[in-house]
Write a protein that binds this ligand. Structure first.
Ligand SMILES: *[C@@H]1O[C@H](CO)[C@@H](O)[C@H](O)[C@H]1NC(C)=O
Ligand SMILES: *[C@@H]1O[C@H](CO)[C@@H](O)[C@H](O)[C@H]1NC(C)=O
Ligand SMILES: *[C@@H]1O[C@H](CO)[C@@H](O)[C@H](O)[C@H]1NC(C)=O
Ligand SMILES: *[C@@H]1O[C@H](CO)[C@@H](O)[C@H](O)[C@H]1NC(C)=O
Length: 180
């Protein structure tokens, strides 16, 4: 499923025309862009997930939630939501403090075919409450989603080891990587 196929807005797709593709799971694809420079370098993600429930995206030093930096959000009764969390082990993640909320939910849509969310964050937030700097090196990328907008309920999850600065999976339907 091409990520942009779900998006109802043309602007949505245009913004990601040059992005790199990430295939996290058959039901969970993403496009990623690193934009800006210096202290203002940001990561922009388009998450496209085959669920009408919540969507989680994270990264960290382990293939599990211990020490992970996490975003959880979605579209609930037409309202966008999303927050910064951090993993503290084999239990529900904790919300970062109110002044340490760094992910911006730029836009999102939910339809019968799933949820698409555009989220953005500085690669280095300088927050000490559970945040990790996103670097040009291999990390564990954690994906999760739920059946409903009830965090941690009926969850599916997994991980991939990849570099968010360079990952460039072949797009569905094409056998070569995205030329960008
Ligand atoms: C980052 O953005 C701020 C606010 O727009 C600006 O003042 C600063 O000069 C920028 N820094 C760099 C390195 O571009
Ligand atoms: C998480 O993964 C690390 C590295 O594989 C392991 O040492 C640790 O025990 C795991 N933690 C949990 C809670 O599963
Ligand atoms: C990431 O690192 C690779 C290898 O060191 C380098 O070629 C590439 O330019 C870097 N990309 C960015 C966006 O910094
Ligand atoms: C979604 O909306 C329902 C009903 O209003 C509410 O009970 C639930 O807490 C909401 N979930 C989130 C994640 O905001």
């Amino acid at each position: 499923m091409a990520a942009c196929r779900l998006a109802t807005s043309v602007v949505f797709c245009a913004a990601f025309a040059a992005a790199r593709f990430m295939n996290l799971n058959e039901d969970y694809q993403a496009e990623v862009d690193i934009i800006g420079s210096g202290e203002n370098t940001s990561i922009l993600l388009l998450l496209t997930v085959n669920t009408k429930g919540y969507v989680g995206f994270g990264f960290g030093p382990n293939p599990n939630m211990t020490g992970a930096d996490l975003f959880i959000g979605g579209v609930n009764n037409s309202m966008l939501y999303g927050k910064d969390y951090h993993g503290i082990g084999n239990t529900a993640p904790e919300e970062d403090c109110d002044t340490c909320q760094d992910w911006e939910v730029v836009t999102g849509v939910e339809s019968d075919s799933g949820t698409s969310l555009v989220i953005q964050r500085l690669v280095n937030t300088l927050d000490t409450d559970g945040d990790i700097e996103i670097q040009n090196s291999t990390t564990y990328v954690l994906w999760s989603y739920g059946e409903f907008d009830i965090i941690n309920h009926h969850r599916r999850r997994g991980f991939r080891e990849l570099n968010l600065f360079t990952v460039d999976d072949p797009r569905p339907g094409s056998s070569t990587p995205n030329p960008n």
